[in-house]
Ligand binder design. Structure first.
Ligand SMILES: [Zn+2]
Length: 98
C-alpha cells in the first residue's frame, strides 16, 4: 500500500481538466455565486466587499467579512488564492450551448 488510491485507467493527468477550467474562467465572475467557507453564506461575487488597495486585491464575504479570495497580478504573473470559497457556482451564459 502506498497511500495513493488505486484508480486503474480512470486517472488522467491535469491536462484533462483544461477544457472544464477554461469554461470556469470564461464566465463573468461577478455573476458567479460564491459560498463562503467561513459562514456558509452564498452570494454573487458582485455583492462581495473588495479592498483593492492592498498588495493583492482582497475580496471579503458580505455576511461575515472574512477573506474569501485574494488575487494579485504583477510582473511575476497572476496569482489567485481561494481558500475562503467553499463552492463557486456559475450558470451557463445565455445563448451558450451544451
Ligand atoms: Zn462568510
Amino acid at each position: 500500500m502506498t497511500g495513493v488510491p488505486e484508480t486503474g485507467g480512470r486517472r488522467l493527468d491535469g491536462n484533462a481538466a483544461g477544457g472544464v477550467l477554461r469554461e470556469v474562467f470564461a464566465v463573468d465572475p461577478t455573476t458567479a455565486v460564491s459560498t463562503c467557507a467561513h459562514c456558509g453564506r452564498p452570494a454573487p461575487l458582485g455583492e462581495h466587499l473588495v479592498y483593492a488597495d492592498a498588495p493583492a486585491l482582497v475580496v471579503r464575504c458580505p455576511g461575515c467579512m472574512q477573506v474569501v479570495l485574494r488575487c494579485a497580478s504583477d510582473a511575476a504573473g497572476l496569482r489567485l488564492e481561494m481558500t475562503g470559497v467553499r463552492l463557486l457556482r456559475m450558470t451557463p451564459a445565455e445563448g451558450a450551448s451544451g
